[in-house]
Design a protein around this ligand. Structure first.
Ligand SMILES: [Zn+2]
Length: 310
């Protein structure tokens, strides 16, 4: 694979296997993805770092999805001032997210870092994988530090029994997001204790992701440096981006899913209904006549679905 194929410009993720198959790795550049989240939500610097890390982390999780209709949702619920974040990633490399309080401001840590852990607080991290089965897969762990990378690594180890090292970073300056990205390395079941010790040693003194991105190193360069394996094997790089798939039709389905009783009450309002998507801030307006027509002609299957939901 030539260098341009391994290191394309723009946001992307790249997967690799190394150390004779004992290690699987993934690295991401998500600068524009996080910048888009900042633009949509008007995030403060610490909000940008927190949501940006979670968006990037969800792109690791979605890399394992098999079918086009699968999705993964990651919820962080903490007692800090951010008040919780939700991120949804799809297998095509798109991701979207929302945070309850986007404009949290906290003093930097003694080391001069944005205090993501303080903004998130203590709480839980929940991963919900919708794999098209009757029930979604749900895994939950307590937050370790609220710094996101450590929390996700703990989730992989505790919930998926996969030893994982993970780095995430978002560098914010006055003009916006300078750099964002991350790496993940997992030990395959055949990896011995020697590989685990070797990896721990490699990660210990490894520079921060955003510093590496600042040096104009792409995701594959970062894995080259981290693993130092000349026989590392890369898969094709995949673009990643911030995208919300909401639409008027989806909003109609959501309204119908509220159930007949609630919809009838909403239809009484001569002003109609205004809905706002939490992930992209797009606004949808339904006039009273339109709400009434939803009531009169629920979408096929809508009625029974609404009953189940009620
Ligand atoms: Zn939306």
């Amino acid at each position: 694979m030539n260098d341009l194929a391994r290191n394309p410009p723009g946001d992307h993720r790249i997967r690799a296997t190394a150390v004779g198959g004992a290690v699987r790795a993934l690295a991401i550049r998500s600068t524009h993805t996080v910048e888009e989240a900042l633009r949509i939500h008007g995030l403060s610097p610490v909000g940008t770092a927190a949501l940006g890390r979670l968006l990037t982390g969800a792109l690791f999780l979605s890399a394992d999805l098999k079918n086009a209709t699968d999705s993964v949702t990651v919820q962080v619920r903490g007692d800090g001032p951010l008040g919780g974040m939700t991120v949804v990633a799809e297998p095509d490399g798109t991701v979207r997210g929302t945070v309850r309080n986007p404009v949290v401001d906290l003093p930097v840590t003694p080391r001069g870092k944005l205090d993501v852990g303080g903004a998130v607080g203590a709480g839980t991290l929940t991963v919900i994988k919708d794999l098209g089965l009757k029930e979604p897969y749900v895994g939950q762990v307590d937050l370790r530090s609220g710094e996101i990378a450590e929390d996700l690594a703990y989730y992989y180890a505790a919930s998926e029994q996969t030893p994982t090292v993970l780095g995430l970073g978002v560098l914010v300056d006055a003009s916006g997001v300078r750099q964002a990205g991350g790496y993940l390395v997992q030990l395959m079941p055949e990896a011995g204790d020697d590989v685990a010790a070797w990896l721990e040693e490699r990660v210990l003194h490894f520079p921060e992701v955003t510093w590496l991105l600042e040096q104009d190193l792409g995701p594959a360069h970062i894995l080259d440096l981290l693993l130092g394996d000349p026989d590392i094997r890369y898969h094709a790089a995949e673009p990643v981006s911030y995208r919300c798939p909401c639409s008027r039709e989806r909003m109609e389905r959501n309204l119908i899913a509220l159930g007949r009783e609630e919809l009838r009450q909403l239809a009484d309002d001569p002003e109609g209904i205004r809905l706002e998507c939490h992930f992209c801030d797009r606004r949808y307006r339904f006039r009273q006549a339109e709400v009434r027509s939803l009531l009169a002609n629920p979408a096929p299957g809508g009625e029974s679905h609404a009953q189940e939901e009620a």
